[in-house]
Design a protein around this ligand. Sequence first.
Ligand code: ADP
Ligand code: MG
Length: 604
Amino acid sequence: MPDIIQLLPDNIANQIAAGEVIQRPASAVKELLENAVDAGADEIKLIVADAGKTLIQVVDNGKGMSETDARMAFERHATSKISNIEDLFRIKTMGFRGEALASIAAVAQVELKTKRADDDTGVFIAIENSAVTTQEPIAVPNGTSIAMKNLFFNVPARRNFLKSNPSELRHIVDEFIRVAMAFPNIFFSLTSNGQQMFHLEKGTLKQRIVQILGNTYNSKLVSVQEHTDYMNIYGFVGKPETAKKTRGDQYFFVNNRFIKSAYLNHALMNAFDTMIAKDSFPMYALFIDLDPSQVDINVHPTKQEIKFEDEKIVYAFVQSAVKHALAQFSITPTLDFDLDASIQQLDAVSKPFTEEKKSSASSSSLYNTFTQKNQSHFIESKSGLKHWKDFYEKDTPRAIPVQQEEAVLMPSGYHPQTENLVQLHNSFIVAQTVRGYYLVHQQNAHERILYEQFMQALDGKPIATQRSLFPVTLNLSATDAVLLQGLIPDMQQLGYLLEPFGSNTFVIQGVPADVSDGNEKIAVEKMLEQYKHFSSDLKFSKREKLLRSMALQQSVKAGTTLSAIEMTSLVDNLFHCITPNITPNGKPTYLEFKKDELDKMFGR
Ligand code: ADP
Ligand code: MG
């Protein structure tokens, strides 16, 4: 009888191993994005076609690879991130198993372009079936671009197993969001079939959350922040009223790695307790940092499940940190964040915490249960603001998401005088009412007016186009061209007459009367730029994004001197809007100052 055991060839072994790491396009996306983060990039672009089935490409501006490393990277167990078993317990990088690229090279056609800053030329490597087919020098920017084409081309069984494009794309977006949320200091974009879905500028965590989850959260986030010797937690939870009937906006990160944990989710739900309905789920994005030796991230090939050295401590910590944050928020409701920044400088806010307030905060039982050794509490009191809050907020609009935007009925007496208006700092307009005065923000107000005008235009009252005597041509990138092409019919309603003219080129045949000669091109380009910023808002329709972009882009900017007639027409138009009090994004368009409140403040 012959011996029957044989060693599998490398490419087969890699294909089998790949099954663990690369289950679907989204898993490859996760690995490639994490590699780019590990490479120190601060700009990461993800490009997919056919929900990743035909193309997944990640372009980063990170540290790049040498020629030898570039080849090595595709070997199984090839990693620059650990060199011995102890390193596993000091992991600061996202990757460490050295499997991702080897797996990808086994199940897709891969093209790598990479260059280090100190090298004169970069290297291009093409791989198929785990074998290098091309390797040559190439002129490329610093950083790395990895394109993987035709995922599972050589494993038909797996390819057939993939879900529909919308479903696979959804998985990709989920992975993209998880990485992008954890690194707000990195620029991320996601382009799918030539259309940009996300364009996430660098910013704070709060800005990133709002960019990703939408503006409705802008004034609805409660900050969570606790520090101990053992671990830190920071991030945001949604105010109870934002809880949804569906799971979804829930993110835990441990040492910046997104994890799934029913256990920690339970801790969080416990903290919300009776503040939300039984069958609803609060939004959260919480970051737990602790010594890497206290977690084992190597219990699962995709590292989404982890083991804590001491689960119970983590549970208790998460629960009380969130309770604490919620308690603070309900004892002394915070101002809407939008107003926060401008009011922060006021004396009433910067005044120190008085003993009286401190004791009222600390008599809360939640505060007591949480106070223990080694915990530096940061109990902020915003009650100094209360007075200011009343003053501003009674009639000050709250952000209302557009879907449920309601008409604000303005009783007579609320309408301001529209003559003898005064402009301050070329940015604000003071308009007297019977009860006091409004301080109108000219740009925000104009944005609201334009938004409603444009909405009417799309609903059937098109804005007149002025045909240009000298049509201007517009050359765009391929992505922008695809974008603009899709907007042509709606833009025509808004007064822009655009005609496609060969590859990525358009001719501007006409624009609305108020776009001045010579500015046609800029107007369209800026609108597109603005549109892309809104692209991260998945919940907005194409039309809604267009409306918002146009309104924002065409609004008269702060710093512009307005004539008496312009001010009158602005204030008049504003108070004839259906929703005069906020911009489409929920920023206030005016603040009301009441005479009797003013009298009180002056001791009268
Ligand atoms: P791991 O990330 O676990 O180390 P991978 O297979 O994902 O394993 O990557 C192998 C190695 O290739 C990494 O350790 C790193 O040195 C290098 N590498 C991968 N992607 C990049 C990138 N985008 N930029 C620079 N180096 C990279
Ligand atoms: Mg990796």
